[in-house]
Design a protein around this ligand. Structure first.
Ligand SMILES: Nc1ncnc2c1ncn2[C@@H]1O[C@H](COP(=O)(O)OP(=O)(O)OP(=O)(O)O)[C@@H](O)[C@H]1O
Ligand SMILES: [Mg+2]
Length: 604
């Protein structure tokens, strides 16, 4: 039954691809609501029946009340009409409530699926996309998934059943007239089908306009300091206005396209009614036919125009909704490189010896970023990565976290190739402070607490103290409850950094990665945090990246990275004695330090 229905639908309304989407939507989201849909169909049957009855009763009204002048019939008919409309009212209520509930549930499900999918995506996926794309997607897609099935169900149920019931009534009253009226249907379907395909394309433009509005909105909000200091307001405004205008014109176009069915449908309906009036009137006047039948017929025809119009529009509505459904499945079908088999063993870090063995990596093919990088971070010691900007330091650190996978070579921890172990176990044993500090909306306590969910208040305070954050936190009126604002905007750069260090402290991991973790601190705070880091890092393998060479002076081993490989390594005094790249970097900083009179280099 379903197969034959779907074949019919496919021939009449949809392409094979669209049918495929509908089937998948039913399979993945609709199938668990069978009971609800069944109930809705039942209610829609009641709606169709009562609507048809109200056409029939028109005949009785005219024949028995107005022609026969029967007072008893009048009361009976009055009662019947009331009953019919009450039943229709309750059925409509039940059907609407149940269908909306199902559609809300499908929206919720697809929102959760989209988010789960987002979490499963790897870093490169995010690198290639604008963050607002997800917001636009979430808003647009899940809505369409909810409405697609509903449009189909109400279309098939209420509107087709009602049209069928009324058509049946028309045939009963006057088969000849009914055939005349029905002849008009195919014209309507063909006309509206064209419109559906056009609506889909316009809708896509509209969605893109919407995404562009969000994009420039978010960039302006986040980059407001740059916007203001570079007086970029006119530029940003122009960008936003352009997006708004394209959205507006697409919306207008869409409404024009969608409304395009109205002139056609109304003209056809008018033609049908006019034909019926002329022919039916002729029969009543000249052949003495009962006026009641004529009225019942005309009522059925008039009642049928609305649902018939909706059936004809079904194509447009479902087509538009399917656009979002298509995007939903397209996104859900994206590969998730981070998905690993449940049997993946957990990595156990003992001493914590990290080794890069001829690691190669490139973000874009042909542009080698790590070029046979080999280095060893001895257990319990601090290894520093230094070198010119763009050399590949952050990339190398990201690879320890398995944000990216090497294209050749391997990274070993305690001799175990990390790619053979679960990412979760690896990442849970690494305390990482990145080059860009990120704080979540919430309080300072929340943000430190993310380091180890379930940590006690005392542990959080201890971590904050170790990161030299406790004092400034306590200087705030609300202390640890102070909100940090979106992305920590209510704090200074150095304060944000100390909170992310506290977060890493709290994690208490055997392996510590610090990428420019103290770059935003003044020399004095940096030295203090450095002291604290010393305690933290004692006995743990630590890899630090720093531009300020004073930061790494005490590291047991310094690796100079240039062009994605280690060009020099050793202790600071050894490297200085070699008079190579490091010595040059050092000299440059030292000279600048003197000329700028910062205590940075002098501190050494
Ligand atoms: N997501 C990315 N996509 C493409 N290329 C990237 C990406 N991230 C970094 N790169 C490129 O890879 C190279 C190494 O970048 P990386 O961030 O590792 O340098 P770095 O040594 O940490 O520099 P810095 O000292 O400025 O932080 C650079 O040439 C950079 O342009
Ligand atoms: Mg970097």
């Amino acid at each position: 039954m379903f197969a034959s229905l779907s074949k019919l639908l496919q021939r009449r309304f949809f392409t094979a691809g669209q049918m495929h989407l509908i089937e998948r939507l039913i399979r993945e989201h609709g199938s668990k609501h069978v009971k609800g849909y069944f109930f809705s169909f039942l209610m829609m049957g009641v709606i169709a029946t009562t609507t048809t009855l109200s056409a029939y009763i028109m005949g009785d009204i005219v024949n028995r009340i107005f022609v026969d002048r029967n007072i008893e019939a009048m009361w009976a008919i009055g009662g019947a009409i009331t009953a019919i409309y009450v039943a229709k009212g309750f059925a409509t209520y039940g059907q609407q409530v149940v269908l909306t509930k199902i559609s809300n549930n499908i929206i919720a499900e697809s929102q959760a699926r989209i988010f789960d999918k987002m979490l499963a995506m790897d870093i490169s996926f995010y690198n290639a996309r604008h963050s607002t794309e997800f917001i636009a997607r979430q808003a647009f897609i899940s809505q369409s998934a909810g409405s697609a099935l509903n449009a189909l169900v109400t279309g098939l149920g209420r509107d087709i059943l009602t049209t069928a019931g009324l058509t049946f009534a028309m045939f009963q009253q006057d088969p000849m007239l009914a055939s005349l009226a029905i002849l008009i249907m195919p014209a309507a379907i063909v006309g509206v089908r064209r419109i559906g395909n056009r609506a889909r394309r316009v809708m896509m433009t509209e969605f893109q306009g919407f995404a562009a509005i969000l994009e420039s909105l978010q960039e302006t909000a986040q980059g407001i300091r740059v916007v203001k200091s570079f007086t970029l307001e006119p530029f940003m405004r122009e960008r936003q206005i352009r997006a708004i205008q394209s959205f507006e014109s697409a919306a207008n176009k869409l409404s024009r396209v969608q409304a395009r069915s109205s002139p056609l449908m109304e003209t056809l309906a008018g033609l049908a009614v006019a034909m019926v009036v002329v022919y039916g009137g002729y029969r009543v006047i000249y052949s003495g036919a009962q006026p009641g039948n004529f009225f019942a017929f005309i009522t059925a025809l008039l009642l049928a125009t609305e649902p018939a119009k909706r059936v004809a529009r079904l194509h447009v509505d479902i087509n538009s909704a399917l656009l979002g459904v298509g995007m939903l499945f397209e996104f859900l079908d994206e590969p998730t490189p981070e998905t690993e088999p449940a049997t993946m063993p957990d990595l156990k870090i003992a001493a914590g010896r990290v080794e890069f063995a001829d690691v190669e990596f490139s973000y874009r093919s042909g542009e080698m970023v790590l070029n046979k990088l080999s280095l060893i971070a001895e257990p319990g010691q601090t290894t520093a990565l230094v070198g010119r900007s763009g050399g590949g330091k952050t990339t190398a650190m990201s690879m320890i976290l398995r944000f990216y996978e090497p294209t050749a070579g391997a990274i070993l921890i305690d001799g175990q190739d990390i790619s053979a172990y679960s990412r979760r176990s690896l990442r849970s044993q690494i305390g990482y402070v990145g080059q860009d500090t990120f704080l979540f909306k919430g309080s300072i306590r929340d943000n430190i607490g993310f380091g180890r969910p379930g940590a006690s208040e005392d542990e959080i305070v201890a971590a904050a103290k170790a990161a030299f954050a406790h004092d400034f936190i306590m200087s705030f009126e609300k202390g640890y409850d102070s909100p940090v604002g979106e992305q920590g905007m209510q704090l200074s750069g150095g304060q944000r950094q100390r909170i992310s260090i506290a977060r890493a402290f709290l994690k208490d991991a055997p392996l510590i990665l610090l990428d420019e973790a103290t770059s935003a601190l003044d020399t004095e705070s940096e030295r203090a945090v450095q002291e604290a880091l010393k305690t933290l890092c004692a006995g743990r393998t630590t890899i630090v990246i720093a531009h300020r060479l004073s930061t790494v002076a005490s590291a047991e081993r310094i690796c100079v990275i240039e062009g994605g490989r280690v060009v020099e390594s050793g202790r600071q005094d050894e490297l200085l004695a070699r008079n190579g790249v490091y010595a040059l970097l050092h000299k440059t900083q030292f000279d600048r330090g003197l000329s700028l009179a910062t205590s940075d280099a002098a501190a050494e």
